[in-house]
Design a binder for this molecule. Structure first.
Ligand SMILES: [Zn+2]
Length: 149
């Protein structure tokens, strides 16, 4: 399982987005460099509005946000490599809904568990193949100095 490198800056931003969205699910996308063998490096993120009709227990990423991030990464060696969302008052474990919606292989899912507006746990998973579920991957925080591009 590859290690996922995430700048502290982005980790903190995702945490804050999850806390301020409570009791609703926060969601967004992140970009970076995907590799099957080396650490996967997250280099950017974009918050999305949650368009789900039931945002307390589900999320839908705004397609406009998706297209914008795609445009931003076009001239770089980065691509959209994953999504994040929060689980208000439940564990950072993929839900049945998440499993049903994991339709790409080799895609990262960061799930942030938030209880009473406080982050309890953040975990990262890689979808191994469409429909075959989630494998947990270790998240390694990078100091922000390592992230000056
Ligand atoms: Zn979920």
């Amino acid at each position: 399982m590859p290690v996922i490198h995430i700048p502290t800056l982005i980790y903190d931003a995702i945490s804050m987005h999850a806390e301020t969205s409570y009791p609703y699910e926060a969601c967004g996308l992140f970009s970076g460099i995907y590799s099957q063998s080396d650490p996967i490096v997250i280099t950017g993120y974009t918050k999305s509005a949650n368009l789900a009709p039931n945002p307390r227990t589900a999320f839908i990423i705004d397609p406009v946000t998706h297209i914008q991030l795609q445009k931003n990464t076009r001239a770089t060696n980065e691509t959209i490599i994953g999504i994040y969302h929060s689980h208000p008052d439940t564990a950072a474990i993929p839900s049945l809904h998440d499993r049903e919606n994991a339709d790409h292989g080799n895609f990262l899912w960061i799930i942030a568990s938030v209880f009473s507006q406080k982050i309890m746990d953040i975990r990262c998973y890689v979808t191994s193949r469409a429909g075959s579920g989630f494998l947990e991957a270790p998240l390694e925080l990078l100091p922000n100095e390592a992230f000056c591009l």
